[in-house]
Write a protein that binds this ligand. Structure first.
Ligand SMILES: *Cc1c(COP(=O)(O)O)cnc(C)c1O
Length: 355
């Protein structure tokens, strides 16, 4: 710390991203990336004249990609805001829209609390039910903006659309932000509801289901008054927030619906397979609609399992919070990767039983 850092920022906690070791060192099941490469059309771009286009600034309005995404989502271009990873849309929303306070579940994406602290607004963490699901009735008397990941992270549990609609109705004067980072793996998107509710802000990303975590591309869908607000922040901080390469890759990925569907259905199939195998080994888990499982074993704590797996070159995520520490979060990779995980787990359980 320099001694120049603003006093308010000296105490804030930073988000701790999952480990990103060098390529090939681990079977990497810790940060919910796709095990598959981006669509073939994206990969081809890098052999074409893309590098040459780096000479110029990118289009600050991201016009082409905005139009394509609007078509894809069945909304108008004015309802789409493109951002540098969905984290940026979250950051802008906290910065610009939530000054009177925000509520989110006690177990959810860690960044919500980091942003609330960074931008210095009051916030409440609303406890999940005992089974780790969200009871929207718990929000009825909270007069604050609301942020919910659907499916939630790290539980993977989906919140039904009727519950989201209830939140929107009961908090008409507040923003309800629904973070749909994992929606493509089996949930129902609420994006259509923006036509009915001016207080709904939906955030999605290319990082998970579109196999492009490294491109840093996300987008928000909302009533145009809300996307205008986000645009105002973008043009006041970094108008060229999406680089030329990422814009082109985003377009190319959208152009290949079949590849996207193939990747998503493979993840869903492998998720069911992995869940079944882990259950046979005695694991208990939530009903995940995301590209990860959130599982615990009665005989072995989350941290021990994480460390033992790491020794065996398999990386999963362990979250040290009081309500998450018994669990590990396991990204769904390829079938081969999951078999390697399952074999490592069997080995660990056997060793544990003999100890
Ligand atoms: C991964 C994730 C994000 C961030 O996605 P980026 O688009 O890569 O910034 C946002 N919300 C949740 C719940 C996530 O798990």
């Amino acid at each position: 710390m320099s001694g120049f850092l603003n006093e308010r920022l000296q105490k804030t906690q930073q988000y701790v991203p999952g480990e990103q070791p060098g390529d090939g060192e681990y079977i990497k099941l810790n940060t919910n990336e796709s095990p598959f490469p981006p669509a073939p059309g994206v990969c081809r771009l890098f052999n074409a004249g893309l590098a040459e286009r780096l000479r110029l600034y990118p289009d600050p309005t991201a016009r082409r990609l905005t139009d394509s995404l609007a078509r894809e989502c069945g909304v108008n271009a004015e309802n789409v805001f493109i951002c540098n990873g969905s984290d940026e849309a979250l950051s802008f929303a906290f910065m610009a829209l939530f000054e009177d306070g925000v509520a989110f579940p006690d177990v959810s994406y860690g960044f919500y609390e980091v942003y609330a602290e960074l931008y210095g607004m009051p916030y409440v963490k609303v406890p999940l039910r005992e089974d780790l699901s969200i009871d929207v009735g718990d929000y009825t008397d909270i007069d604050k903006n609301i942020v919910i990941a659907n499916p939630n992270a790290p539980t993977g549990i989906e919140l039904p659309l009727c519950d989201i609609e209830r939140l929107l109705k009961e908090h008409e004067d507040r923003v309800v932000l629904i973070d749909e980072a994992y929606i493509d793996f089996g949930g129902s998107s609420c994006a259509e509801l923006i036509k009915k509710y001016k207080n709904l802000l939906v955030v999605q990303t290319y990082s998970k289901s579109r196999c492009m975590a490294g491109a840093r591309l996300g987008f928000a869908i909302a009533d145009s008054a809300l996307t205008d607000d986000l645009m105002r922040i973008k043009f006041s901080t970094n108008p060229y927030n999406i680089n030329t390469v990422t814009l082109a890759a985003g377009e190319a990925a959208l152009g290949d619906r079949a590849y996207f569907e193939k990747c998503v259905s493979s993840i869903k199939e492998t998720r069911a397979y992995t869940a079944g195998e882990l259950k046979k080994l005695g694991f208990v888990m939530t009903e995940s609609k995301a590209n990860f499982l959130f599982a615990r074993h009665p005989d072995i704590g989350g941290e021990t399992l994480y460390k033992e797996l790491k020794k065996r070159r398999v990386l999963v995520r362990w979250l040290s919070g009081e309500r998450t520490r018994e669990y590990t979060r396991i990204t769904i990779g390829t079938r081969e990767q999951m078999d390697a995980l399952i074999n490592a787990v069997k080995d660990i359980l056997k060793e544990n039983a003999n100890a």
